[in-house]
Design a protein around this ligand. Structure first.
Ligand code: AMP
Length: 403
């Protein structure tokens, strides 16, 4: 496998799969994080004297139009990205309004060194998500070399994220810088972790995280379980959890996990106490209780002081930390304390030399909310992809480049 950094792109047309699925309201980009994340890759190709063809999906045009006939393809256009990207790159970006048209082929063929072409939304074609080979082949003609820099879609076997790679020789397909750093961070944690390795798993549902925990049983030293999912474990062990979130049909799974962890010598830590509320509301009345003695009519919405101290101690002695999922309903001020304390503890451990990776939607939102994103070793941009990676699955977008 070639590496992007060592490749010289002079006089080559790099076909780069990026993730420009950014929020756009009234034609304005409201958060350009994903576009900025692709800039180092684009700039390296241009600096080498190459040219760039960018392709991305945006939203779910065909599915949404089916549900709402008032929508048209134009509502899902990548065109608003052109002006913004031009500003960020300091040069005019060319646009083609159909990713596999003669116009796209013509514009790609005429690209000069230093020029950038953006293709219209790949998902205008159902073939993209279907992983259609003929569609992938048409796209492949638009570049001399394929660069995948869209980690966020690496778990999908789509035409532009996986299938297309087969049309490029091994030394003509590679990860971009963003993808490379995501893969390195994930591999650092899953395959090269220094012990003790603590996984902090939170969030709402046991079902969503069960496979991650199972996979981590062979790798982690300690697994901290917080958030709404913890109460299914408490109830399964015979505790009283009041109205707390609970998946009754997952209680056996929870007990099975505890048993497997004990057999493998992995310590599972549940939060000993909780902040409880009389309602699921920002202005609810609150109190605290042992997490397995929550009175009827109350629900656990955050971890409380004993649990915070218990978890902080484990985190402070860890050399590798993986964090996915908040410890409570951190979106509401009254229930953010536990998640914030854990974020601070992870930041402190990182300062003291631990490697910390925060991955998966809401824990990323949490470190951003508490302005701690630059105090951890790596914050993943790939929500679903990172989760599947932690579940131990092979991601099609990674496999296609490596195989
Ligand atoms: P997930 O997407 O599974 O990581 O879950 C994140 C969501 O879980 C966030 O929106 C939190 O508000 C929610 N959450 C965390 N702790 C609790 C809890 N104790 N009860 C209800 N929801 C929770």
């Amino acid at each position: 496998m070639s590496t992007f950094s060592s490749h010289n792109f002079a006089n080559e047309r790099a076909l780069i799969r990026v993730d420009f699925n950014v929020p756009i309201k009234n034609g304005e980009i409201t958060d350009d994080t994903r576009i900025r994340a692709a800039l180092p890759t684009i700039n390296k190709v241009l600096a080498d004297g190459g040219s760039v063809v960018l392709m991305s999906h945006w939203g779910r045009p065909l599915k949404d139009i089916e549900k709402n006939p008032n929508l048209t393809l134009a509502d899902f256009s990548l065109k608003p990205v052109v002006a913004h990207l031009s500003k960020l790159l300091g040069k005019n970006v060319i646009f083609s309004d159909d990713c596999i048209s003669a116009d796209a082929a013509d514009k790609a063929a005429k690209l000069q060194a230093g020029q950038v072409l953006l293709l219209e939304n790949l998902r205008y074609y159902k073939e993209e998500e279907k992983g259609d080979k003929a569609f992938a082949e048409k796209l492949s003609k638009l570049g001399d070399i394929y660069v995948n820099d869209a980690f966020g879609t690496a778990h999908r076997a789509h035409a532009s994220t996986a299938v297309i790679a087969q049309f490029f020789a091994k030394d003509k397909r590679m990860f971009g810088l963003l993808m490379e750093s995501e893969v390195n961070a994930a591999e650092n944690v899953l395959h090269n972790s220094k012990k003790p390795f603590t996984a902090i798993i939170g969030g709402a549902k046991v079902y969503d995280k069960i496979m991650i925990i199972e996979n981590l049983l062979d790798r982690a030293t300690d697994i901290i379980i917080g958030g709404g999912m913890a109460y299914t474990f408490f109830k399964a062990e015979g505790g009283q959890i009041g109205n707390s979130l609970c998946e009754d049909d997952r209680m056996d799974m929870a007990l099975d996990l505890m048993k497997k962890a004990a057999e493998k010598g992995v310590c599972i830590h549940l939060p000993s106490d909780s902040i409880i509320a009389d309602r699921f509301a920002a202005d609810a009345d609150t109190s605290s209780a042992l997490s397995n003695e929550i009175p009827a009519g109350w629900m656990g919405l955050d971890i409380s002081n004993m649990a915070i101290e218990q978890f902080k101690k484990i985190i402070s002695t860890s050399k590798t930390i993986l964090w996915n999922g908040p410890m409570g309903v951190f979106e509401m001020d009254k229930f953010q304390h536990g998640t914030k304390a854990i974020a601070l503890a992870v930041a402190e451990a990182t300062k003291n030399g631990a490697y910390s990776l925060v991955g998966g939607g809401d824990s990323v939102a949490a470190v951003n909310k508490f302005h701690l994103a630059d105090k951890v070793s790596y914050v993943s941009t790939g929500g679903g992809a990172m989760l599947e990676y932690f579940e131990g699955k092979e991601l099609p977008g990674i496999a296609a480049i490596k195989d």
